[in-house]
Design a protein around this ligand. Structure first.
Ligand code: CA
Length: 254
């Protein structure tokens, strides 16, 4: 991308430059990343261990967190979980390790993206720009405020899912995936199409991240004693399934 096509990050909601938090215990690397983000228009706070990262995120409410996986105190996955529990900020994880399970665990904990060390700071800045183009919530939703499938009710305004009267507690992304599938009822949706609805066309990443989130959705339904309505369609993607009974095979219940 030519430099002239790049734009500065959007200002923070409260006015002033957008805030970034860099969490990395290797201080020269933290400083390097911070310098690049400052040059890209951010006001940057640094934290060098997991607990102070969580405290800094609470105090500063950053729009962007660059978060190393291996940290003293809490590890990056746990820091990610704690920050994500109270913020929709963009989280880019860093790791020296390239194992797939780390990538999946980071994404499952709510990270938006992942970079493996060593990386170029320029590449990191480019990645943060791509991340920030992702809408934080599925905003295209213009269906009815309540979606139903069998005994499952999804309240879009309250962002709550009930299954046979029990609340199924889903993360933001899990909720949005289920909402997309409920809106399309028994239609088969490709992973890419689901992510188009979540993040808008032009998102960057591995569409199999959908599998990770759907795995969590299944587990959470099972934990409240309900079978998950999402069925994999081999080689294509997912749809809502017919397991709920004959009555649910017919017309959509909207
Ligand atoms: Ca580290």
């Amino acid at each position: 991308m030519p430099a002239s096509a790049q734009s500065d990050p959007a200002p923070s909601a409260g006015g002033g430059p957008p805030r970034a938090l860099v969490v990395e215990d290797e201080r020269p690397l933290a400083r390097l990343v911070a310098d690049y983000l400052i040059r890209d228009g951010y006001s940057v706070t640094q934290a060098y261990d997991g607990l102070s990262a969580v405290a800094a995120a609470e105090a500063n409410n950053p729009e962007l967190v660059v978060l190393d996986l291996a940290l003293p105190g809490l590890d990056g996955i746990e820091v990610c979980r704690r920050i994500r529990a109270q913020s929709d900020c963009y989280i880019l994880m860093l790791s020296a390790r390239a194992q797939e399970e780390d990538v999946l665990e980071g994404l499952a904990a709510g990270a938006d993206g992942y970079m493996t060390k060593p990386f170029s700071p320029r590449e990191l800045v480019a990645r943060t720009r791509v991340l920030r183009r992702r809408p934080r919530h599925w905003t295209e939703f213009d269906g009815p405020p309540v979606l139903r499938w069998g005994e499952i009710t999804l309240d879009a305004a309250a962002r709550e899912v009930h299954a046979a009267g029990r609340i199924v507690t889903l993360t933001r992304t899990e909720f949005d995936i289920l909402a997309v599938l409920l809106q399309f009822q028994s239609a088969v949706l490709a992973r890419e199409r689901i992510l188009d609805h979540l993040w808008g066309a032009g998102w960057v990443g591995d569409p199999h991240v959908v599998d990770v989130h759907i795995g969590h959705i299944r587990r959470k339904f099972n934990e409240v004693g309900q079978s998950c309505p999402i069925v994999a369609v081999r080689g294509i993607g997912y749809r809502l399934g017919p397991e709920l009974g004959e009555d649910d095979l017919g017309e959509p219940k909207l």
